[in-house]
Design a protein around this ligand. Structure first.
Ligand code: NAD
Ligand code: DAU
Length: 360
Protein backbone atom coordinates (compact mmCIF):
# COMPACT_ATOMS: atom_id res chain seq x y z
CA UNK A 1 0.00 0.00 0.00
CA UNK A 2 1.51 3.33 -1.05
CA UNK A 3 -1.05 6.10 -1.32
CA UNK A 4 -3.13 6.61 1.77
CA UNK A 5 -6.06 8.99 1.99
CA UNK A 6 -6.63 10.25 5.54
CA UNK A 7 -9.85 12.24 5.92
CA UNK A 8 -10.28 14.78 8.73
CA UNK A 9 -6.51 15.03 9.17
CA UNK A 10 -6.69 18.69 10.21
CA UNK A 11 -8.82 17.82 13.24
CA UNK A 12 -7.80 16.57 16.66
CA UNK A 13 -7.25 12.81 16.26
CA UNK A 14 -6.66 13.05 12.50
CA UNK A 15 -3.69 15.38 12.96
CA UNK A 16 -2.01 12.87 15.29
CA UNK A 17 -2.65 10.06 12.79
CA UNK A 18 -1.31 12.11 9.86
CA UNK A 19 1.80 13.13 11.81
CA UNK A 20 2.48 9.52 12.84
CA UNK A 21 2.10 8.14 9.31
CA UNK A 22 4.08 10.92 7.59
CA UNK A 23 6.99 10.57 10.03
CA UNK A 24 6.98 6.81 10.38
CA UNK A 25 6.33 5.75 6.79
CA UNK A 26 8.37 7.84 4.33
CA UNK A 27 7.55 5.19 1.70
CA UNK A 28 3.84 6.13 1.87
CA UNK A 29 2.32 9.17 0.29
CA UNK A 30 -0.18 10.61 2.77
CA UNK A 31 -3.04 12.64 1.33
CA UNK A 32 -4.84 14.57 4.04
CA UNK A 33 -8.32 15.53 2.81
CA UNK A 34 -10.21 17.95 5.03
CA UNK A 35 -12.94 20.54 4.49
CA UNK A 36 -11.46 22.77 7.23
CA UNK A 37 -14.71 23.27 9.11
CA UNK A 38 -14.57 25.18 12.43
CA UNK A 39 -12.85 22.05 13.87
CA UNK A 40 -10.17 21.74 11.20
CA UNK A 41 -6.93 23.65 11.72
CA UNK A 42 -3.86 23.34 9.51
CA UNK A 43 -1.76 24.81 12.33
CA UNK A 44 -2.12 21.36 13.94
CA UNK A 45 0.24 20.05 11.25
CA UNK A 46 2.77 22.89 10.97
CA UNK A 47 5.66 20.59 11.87
CA UNK A 48 5.10 18.16 8.95
CA UNK A 49 3.50 20.36 6.29
CA UNK A 50 6.64 20.53 4.13
CA UNK A 51 7.50 16.82 4.21
CA UNK A 52 7.82 15.35 0.70
CA UNK A 53 5.39 12.48 1.40
CA UNK A 54 2.59 14.80 2.60
CA UNK A 55 -0.15 16.43 0.51
CA UNK A 56 -3.12 18.46 1.72
CA UNK A 57 -6.38 18.62 -0.24
CA UNK A 58 -9.17 20.94 0.88
CA UNK A 59 -12.42 19.15 0.01
CA UNK A 60 -15.74 18.07 1.43
CA UNK A 61 -16.23 14.29 1.76
CA UNK A 62 -19.83 14.76 0.58
CA UNK A 63 -18.61 16.07 -2.78
CA UNK A 64 -18.63 12.70 -4.56
CA UNK A 65 -17.13 13.91 -7.84
CA UNK A 66 -14.18 15.57 -6.14
CA UNK A 67 -13.60 12.49 -3.99
CA UNK A 68 -13.56 10.30 -7.13
CA UNK A 69 -11.10 12.71 -8.74
CA UNK A 70 -8.82 12.49 -5.68
CA UNK A 71 -8.93 8.68 -5.79
CA UNK A 72 -7.93 8.75 -9.45
CA UNK A 73 -5.31 11.50 -9.23
CA UNK A 74 -3.45 9.97 -6.28
CA UNK A 75 -4.16 6.29 -7.05
CA UNK A 76 -5.47 5.82 -3.52
CA UNK A 77 -5.16 2.29 -2.17
CA UNK A 78 -5.83 2.85 1.51
CA UNK A 79 -8.34 5.04 3.36
CA UNK A 80 -8.35 6.02 7.02
CA UNK A 81 -11.61 7.88 7.48
CA UNK A 82 -11.82 10.28 10.43
CA UNK A 83 -13.65 13.29 8.96
CA UNK A 84 -16.83 13.89 10.90
CA UNK A 85 -18.88 16.31 12.89
CA UNK A 86 -17.83 15.16 16.35
CA UNK A 87 -19.43 17.25 19.10
CA UNK A 88 -22.56 15.90 20.81
CA UNK A 89 -23.85 19.34 21.94
CA UNK A 90 -23.68 20.67 18.38
CA UNK A 91 -25.55 17.59 17.13
CA UNK A 92 -28.41 18.36 19.52
CA UNK A 93 -28.73 21.85 17.98
CA UNK A 94 -28.15 20.89 14.34
CA UNK A 95 -28.72 17.19 13.57
CA UNK A 96 -28.94 17.73 9.78
CA UNK A 97 -25.27 18.67 9.50
CA UNK A 98 -24.37 15.48 11.34
CA UNK A 99 -26.47 13.29 9.05
CA UNK A 100 -24.99 14.99 6.00
CA UNK A 101 -21.32 14.73 6.94
CA UNK A 102 -21.24 11.56 8.98
CA UNK A 103 -23.69 9.47 6.98
CA UNK A 104 -23.73 10.87 3.44
CA UNK A 105 -20.03 11.79 3.59
CA UNK A 106 -19.08 8.25 4.59
CA UNK A 107 -21.32 6.84 1.88
CA UNK A 108 -19.67 9.09 -0.69
CA UNK A 109 -16.21 7.79 0.32
CA UNK A 110 -17.39 4.17 0.25
CA UNK A 111 -18.86 4.60 -3.22
CA UNK A 112 -15.70 6.29 -4.49
CA UNK A 113 -13.51 3.47 -3.11
CA UNK A 114 -15.78 0.80 -4.60
CA UNK A 115 -15.82 2.59 -7.93
CA UNK A 116 -12.08 3.24 -8.06
CA UNK A 117 -10.93 -0.19 -6.84
CA UNK A 118 -13.52 -1.91 -9.05
CA UNK A 119 -13.38 -5.30 -7.39
CA UNK A 120 -9.58 -5.48 -7.23
CA UNK A 121 -9.32 -5.61 -3.46
CA UNK A 122 -5.72 -6.86 -3.24
CA UNK A 123 -3.75 -4.68 -0.78
CA UNK A 124 -6.68 -2.29 -0.40
CA UNK A 125 -8.14 -1.09 2.92
CA UNK A 126 -11.05 1.12 3.92
CA UNK A 127 -10.64 1.85 7.62
CA UNK A 128 -13.53 3.70 9.29
CA UNK A 129 -12.93 5.39 12.65
CA UNK A 130 -15.98 5.30 14.89
CA UNK A 131 -16.95 5.79 18.50
CA UNK A 132 -18.07 3.83 21.55
CA UNK A 133 -21.14 6.10 21.71
CA UNK A 134 -22.90 3.91 19.11
CA UNK A 135 -23.44 1.33 21.88
CA UNK A 136 -25.57 3.71 23.98
CA UNK A 137 -25.00 3.95 27.72
CA UNK A 138 -24.04 1.61 30.56
CA UNK A 139 -25.24 1.53 34.16
CA UNK A 140 -22.99 2.86 36.88
CA UNK A 141 -23.22 -0.40 38.81
CA UNK A 142 -20.92 -3.13 37.65
CA UNK A 143 -21.93 -6.76 38.30
CA UNK A 144 -20.08 -8.52 41.11
CA UNK A 145 -17.65 -10.20 40.99
CA UNK A 146 -16.05 -7.74 38.53
CA UNK A 147 -16.44 -9.22 35.07
CA UNK A 148 -14.10 -8.47 32.21
CA UNK A 149 -16.99 -9.21 29.85
CA UNK A 150 -20.75 -8.86 30.01
CA UNK A 151 -23.00 -5.87 30.42
CA UNK A 152 -20.44 -3.95 32.48
CA UNK A 153 -18.52 -2.98 29.31
CA UNK A 154 -19.07 -2.34 25.62
CA UNK A 155 -17.78 -5.26 23.56
CA UNK A 156 -17.62 -5.69 19.81
CA UNK A 157 -20.88 -7.68 19.92
CA UNK A 158 -22.80 -5.20 22.11
CA UNK A 159 -25.98 -4.19 20.23
CA UNK A 160 -26.05 -0.66 18.84
CA UNK A 161 -28.31 1.74 20.82
CA UNK A 162 -27.25 5.34 20.06
CA UNK A 163 -28.99 8.15 21.96
CA UNK A 164 -27.72 11.42 20.50
CA UNK A 165 -27.98 12.66 16.92
CA UNK A 166 -24.17 12.46 16.81
CA UNK A 167 -24.01 8.82 17.89
CA UNK A 168 -26.99 7.94 15.67
CA UNK A 169 -25.14 9.39 12.68
CA UNK A 170 -21.95 7.49 13.56
CA UNK A 171 -23.97 4.28 14.02
CA UNK A 172 -25.54 4.77 10.58
CA UNK A 173 -22.10 5.28 9.05
CA UNK A 174 -20.83 2.08 10.70
CA UNK A 175 -23.79 0.18 9.23
CA UNK A 176 -23.02 1.50 5.74
CA UNK A 177 -19.38 0.43 6.08
CA UNK A 178 -20.40 -3.07 7.14
CA UNK A 179 -22.97 -3.22 4.32
CA UNK A 180 -20.29 -2.36 1.75
CA UNK A 181 -18.16 -5.21 3.05
CA UNK A 182 -20.98 -7.73 3.15
CA UNK A 183 -22.59 -6.68 -0.14
CA UNK A 184 -19.67 -5.77 -2.39
CA UNK A 185 -16.68 -7.29 -0.59
CA UNK A 186 -15.06 -3.91 0.07
CA UNK A 187 -12.09 -4.58 2.43
CA UNK A 188 -13.30 -2.60 5.43
CA UNK A 189 -12.30 -2.35 9.07
CA UNK A 190 -14.21 -0.44 11.77
CA UNK A 191 -12.95 0.62 15.18
CA UNK A 192 -15.00 2.08 18.02
CA UNK A 193 -12.94 4.12 20.45
CA UNK A 194 -13.60 5.74 23.80
CA UNK A 195 -13.03 9.43 24.73
CA UNK A 196 -9.69 10.80 23.56
CA UNK A 197 -7.74 13.63 25.17
CA UNK A 198 -4.42 15.34 24.48
CA UNK A 199 -2.85 18.16 22.43
CA UNK A 200 -4.76 19.87 19.59
CA UNK A 201 -8.25 18.99 20.84
CA UNK A 202 -10.79 21.68 20.00
CA UNK A 203 -11.75 23.60 23.17
CA UNK A 204 -15.45 22.78 23.04
CA UNK A 205 -14.71 19.32 24.50
CA UNK A 206 -14.55 18.86 28.27
CA UNK A 207 -10.79 18.68 28.92
CA UNK A 208 -9.38 21.51 26.73
CA UNK A 209 -12.41 23.72 27.47
CA UNK A 210 -11.93 23.39 31.20
CA UNK A 211 -8.14 23.85 31.05
CA UNK A 212 -8.70 27.08 29.12
CA UNK A 213 -11.43 28.29 31.48
CA UNK A 214 -9.37 27.55 34.60
CA UNK A 215 -6.46 29.55 33.12
CA UNK A 216 -8.81 32.47 32.43
CA UNK A 217 -10.81 32.25 35.67
CA UNK A 218 -14.00 31.49 33.77
CA UNK A 219 -16.86 29.26 35.05
CA UNK A 220 -16.57 25.50 34.53
CA UNK A 221 -20.04 24.36 33.37
CA UNK A 222 -20.46 20.83 34.78
CA UNK A 223 -23.52 19.19 33.23
CA UNK A 224 -26.01 17.73 35.73
CA UNK A 225 -24.28 16.46 38.87
CA UNK A 226 -20.98 15.64 37.15
CA UNK A 227 -21.55 11.95 37.80
CA UNK A 228 -21.36 10.74 34.21
CA UNK A 229 -18.47 8.39 33.53
CA UNK A 230 -16.21 8.28 30.48
CA UNK A 231 -13.31 5.97 29.60
CA UNK A 232 -10.35 8.19 28.65
CA UNK A 233 -7.53 7.40 26.26
CA UNK A 234 -4.49 9.53 25.38
CA UNK A 235 -4.76 10.47 21.71
CA UNK A 236 -1.33 9.13 20.74
CA UNK A 237 -2.34 5.73 22.09
CA UNK A 238 -5.35 5.87 19.76
CA UNK A 239 -3.11 6.83 16.82
CA UNK A 240 -0.83 3.87 17.65
CA UNK A 241 -3.83 1.54 17.69
CA UNK A 242 -5.01 2.92 14.33
CA UNK A 243 -1.57 2.29 12.82
CA UNK A 244 -1.55 -1.29 14.12
CA UNK A 245 -5.09 -2.10 13.03
CA UNK A 246 -4.69 -0.49 9.62
CA UNK A 247 -1.71 -2.77 8.93
CA UNK A 248 -2.63 -5.94 10.82
CA UNK A 249 -6.37 -5.84 11.55
CA UNK A 250 -8.63 -8.47 10.02
CA UNK A 251 -10.61 -7.27 7.01
CA UNK A 252 -14.37 -7.16 7.65
CA UNK A 253 -13.80 -7.01 11.38
CA UNK A 254 -14.49 -4.54 14.20
CA UNK A 255 -12.23 -3.68 17.13
CA UNK A 256 -12.99 -1.71 20.28
CA UNK A 257 -10.29 0.64 21.56
CA UNK A 258 -10.40 1.92 25.14
CA UNK A 259 -8.26 2.95 28.05
CA UNK A 260 -9.66 0.73 30.84
CA UNK A 261 -9.68 4.13 32.50
CA UNK A 262 -13.07 5.23 33.81
CA UNK A 263 -13.48 8.63 35.43
CA UNK A 264 -16.47 10.57 36.73
CA UNK A 265 -16.59 14.02 35.13
CA UNK A 266 -16.45 15.83 38.47
CA UNK A 267 -13.29 13.94 39.46
CA UNK A 268 -11.64 14.97 36.19
CA UNK A 269 -12.65 18.57 36.79
CA UNK A 270 -11.02 18.46 40.24
CA UNK A 271 -7.87 16.86 38.78
CA UNK A 272 -7.70 19.56 36.10
CA UNK A 273 -8.12 22.33 38.67
CA UNK A 274 -5.33 20.90 40.86
CA UNK A 275 -3.00 20.43 37.89
CA UNK A 276 -3.56 23.83 36.25
CA UNK A 277 -3.36 25.73 39.56
CA UNK A 278 -0.13 23.92 40.50
CA UNK A 279 1.51 24.51 37.11
CA UNK A 280 0.52 28.18 37.19
CA UNK A 281 1.98 28.55 40.68
CA UNK A 282 -1.40 29.29 42.28
CA UNK A 283 -2.32 28.18 45.81
CA UNK A 284 -4.14 24.83 45.92
CA UNK A 285 -7.91 25.35 45.77
CA UNK A 286 -7.69 28.74 44.02
CA UNK A 287 -10.01 27.70 41.17
CA UNK A 288 -12.43 25.43 43.07
CA UNK A 289 -15.06 28.19 43.07
CA UNK A 290 -15.22 28.07 39.25
CA UNK A 291 -17.16 24.78 39.33
CA UNK A 292 -20.70 25.65 38.20
CA UNK A 293 -23.40 22.99 37.95
CA UNK A 294 -25.58 23.69 34.90
CA UNK A 295 -28.57 22.11 33.16
CA UNK A 296 -27.75 18.61 32.03
CA UNK A 297 -27.13 17.68 28.38
CA UNK A 298 -30.33 16.28 26.82
CA UNK A 299 -30.16 12.49 26.57
CA UNK A 300 -26.84 12.54 28.46
CA UNK A 301 -25.33 9.02 28.41
CA UNK A 302 -24.50 7.96 31.96
CA UNK A 303 -21.45 5.78 31.44
CA UNK A 304 -19.18 4.57 28.64
CA UNK A 305 -16.61 1.84 29.20
CA UNK A 306 -14.83 -0.16 26.54
CA UNK A 307 -13.58 -3.72 26.76
CA UNK A 308 -10.58 -3.76 24.43
CA UNK A 309 -9.50 -7.31 25.31
CA UNK A 310 -9.88 -8.42 21.68
CA UNK A 311 -7.38 -5.83 20.48
CA UNK A 312 -4.97 -6.79 23.24
CA UNK A 313 -5.27 -10.53 22.63
CA UNK A 314 -5.17 -10.44 18.82
CA UNK A 315 -2.77 -7.58 18.13
CA UNK A 316 -1.02 -6.95 21.46
CA UNK A 317 -2.16 -3.31 21.85
CA UNK A 318 -2.44 -1.70 25.28
CA UNK A 319 -2.69 1.92 26.43
CA UNK A 320 0.74 3.23 27.41
CA UNK A 321 -0.02 6.19 29.68
CA UNK A 322 -1.55 6.44 33.13
CA UNK A 323 -4.31 9.07 33.17
CA UNK A 324 -2.63 11.40 35.70
CA UNK A 325 0.54 11.32 33.58
CA UNK A 326 -1.45 11.99 30.40
CA UNK A 327 -3.33 14.88 32.02
CA UNK A 328 -0.07 16.43 33.26
CA UNK A 329 1.36 16.23 29.70
CA UNK A 330 -1.84 17.62 28.24
CA UNK A 331 -2.15 20.56 30.63
CA UNK A 332 1.52 21.44 30.08
CA UNK A 333 0.96 21.36 26.30
CA UNK A 334 -2.01 23.74 26.47
CA UNK A 335 -0.12 26.11 28.79
CA UNK A 336 2.80 26.15 26.35
CA UNK A 337 0.53 26.68 23.34
CA UNK A 338 -1.54 29.66 24.46
CA UNK A 339 -1.29 31.20 20.99
CA UNK A 340 -2.84 28.09 19.40
CA UNK A 341 -5.71 28.38 21.89
CA UNK A 342 -6.11 32.16 21.37
CA UNK A 343 -6.33 31.74 17.59
CA UNK A 344 -9.15 29.24 17.97
CA UNK A 345 -11.12 30.85 20.75
CA UNK A 346 -11.24 34.35 19.28
CA UNK A 347 -13.90 35.48 16.79
CA UNK A 348 -16.78 33.21 15.81
CA UNK A 349 -16.03 30.52 18.35
CA UNK A 350 -16.20 32.98 21.24
CA UNK A 351 -19.69 34.07 20.13
CA UNK A 352 -20.82 30.46 19.71
CA UNK A 353 -19.52 29.50 23.14
CA UNK A 354 -21.03 32.47 24.96
CA UNK A 355 -24.43 31.69 23.40
CA UNK A 356 -24.11 28.00 24.26
CA UNK A 357 -23.21 28.85 27.85
CA UNK A 358 -26.02 31.44 28.24
CA UNK A 359 -28.58 28.86 27.08
CA UNK A 360 -27.77 26.36 29.84
P1 NAD B 1 -12.63 16.86 15.16
O1 NAD B 1 -13.98 17.49 15.21
O2 NAD B 1 -11.52 17.41 15.98
O3 NAD B 1 -12.12 16.86 13.65
C1 NAD B 1 -12.94 16.53 12.56
C2 NAD B 1 -12.23 16.92 11.28
O4 NAD B 1 -13.08 16.56 10.18
C3 NAD B 1 -11.96 18.43 11.15
O5 NAD B 1 -10.65 18.65 10.69
C4 NAD B 1 -12.99 18.88 10.12
O6 NAD B 1 -12.54 19.99 9.35
C5 NAD B 1 -13.13 17.64 9.26
N1 NAD B 1 -14.41 17.61 8.57
C6 NAD B 1 -15.66 17.81 9.10
N2 NAD B 1 -16.59 17.73 8.14
C7 NAD B 1 -15.94 17.43 6.97
C8 NAD B 1 -16.36 17.21 5.64
N3 NAD B 1 -17.67 17.29 5.30
N4 NAD B 1 -15.43 16.90 4.71
C9 NAD B 1 -14.12 16.85 5.05
N5 NAD B 1 -13.66 17.07 6.29
C10 NAD B 1 -14.56 17.36 7.25
O7 NAD B 1 -12.89 15.33 15.47
P2 NAD B 1 -12.02 14.28 16.32
O8 NAD B 1 -12.36 14.41 17.73
O9 NAD B 1 -10.62 14.36 15.88
O10 NAD B 1 -12.67 12.92 15.79
C11 NAD B 1 -12.19 12.31 14.61
C12 NAD B 1 -12.98 11.04 14.36
O11 NAD B 1 -12.83 10.14 15.46
C13 NAD B 1 -14.47 11.27 14.19
O12 NAD B 1 -14.94 10.40 13.20
C14 NAD B 1 -15.05 10.90 15.55
O13 NAD B 1 -16.37 10.44 15.42
C15 NAD B 1 -14.10 9.80 15.96
N6 NAD B 1 -13.93 9.62 17.42
C16 NAD B 1 -13.60 10.67 18.22
C17 NAD B 1 -13.36 10.48 19.57
C18 NAD B 1 -12.98 11.60 20.49
O14 NAD B 1 -12.93 11.41 21.70
N7 NAD B 1 -12.68 12.80 20.00
C19 NAD B 1 -13.49 9.19 20.11
C20 NAD B 1 -13.84 8.12 19.26
C21 NAD B 1 -14.05 8.35 17.92
O1 DAU C 1 -16.86 8.44 23.60
C1 DAU C 1 -16.26 8.94 22.44
C2 DAU C 1 -16.80 10.32 22.17
O2 DAU C 1 -16.23 11.18 23.14
C3 DAU C 1 -16.49 10.82 20.77
O3 DAU C 1 -17.12 10.01 19.83
C4 DAU C 1 -16.95 12.28 20.60
O4 DAU C 1 -16.56 12.76 19.32
C5 DAU C 1 -16.29 13.10 21.67
O5 DAU C 1 -16.76 14.44 21.58
C6 DAU C 1 -16.59 12.54 23.06
O6 DAU C 1 -17.99 12.71 23.41
P1 DAU C 1 -18.44 13.20 24.85
O7 DAU C 1 -19.78 13.79 24.75
O8 DAU C 1 -18.23 12.13 25.87
O9 DAU C 1 -17.31 14.34 25.10
P2 DAU C 1 -17.38 15.82 25.72
O10 DAU C 1 -15.97 16.29 25.89
O11 DAU C 1 -18.32 16.69 24.98
O12 DAU C 1 -18.01 15.56 27.16
C7 DAU C 1 -17.38 14.69 28.10
C8 DAU C 1 -18.27 14.63 29.34
O13 DAU C 1 -18.24 15.91 29.98
C9 DAU C 1 -19.73 14.37 29.02
O14 DAU C 1 -20.29 13.56 30.04
C10 DAU C 1 -20.38 15.76 29.03
C11 DAU C 1 -19.54 16.50 30.06
N1 DAU C 1 -19.40 17.95 29.82
C12 DAU C 1 -18.95 18.36 28.62
C13 DAU C 1 -18.79 19.71 28.34
C14 DAU C 1 -18.32 20.18 26.99
C15 DAU C 1 -19.67 18.86 30.85
O15 DAU C 1 -20.04 18.48 31.97
N2 DAU C 1 -19.50 20.20 30.58
C16 DAU C 1 -19.09 20.67 29.37
O16 DAU C 1 -19.00 21.91 29.18
Amino acid sequence: MNNILITGGAGFIGSHVVRRFVNKYPQYRIINLDALTYAGNLANLDDIKDKPNYTFVKADICDFETICAVFAQYAIDGVIHLAAESHVDRSIKDPFTFARTNVMGTLSLLQAAKHHWAGDWADKRFYHISTDEVYGALDLDKPEPPAPFGSAFFREDTPYAPHSPYSASKAASDHFVRAFHDTYGLPTIVTNCSNNYGPYQFPEKLIPLFINNICKNKPLPVYGKGENVRDWLYVEDHARAIDLIFHRGRVGDTYNIGGFNEWKNIDIVRLLIRTVDRLLGRTEGTSDHLITYVTDRAGHDLRYAIDSTKLKTELGWEPSLQFEEGIEKTVRWYLEHQEWMENITSGDYEKYYEEMYQNR
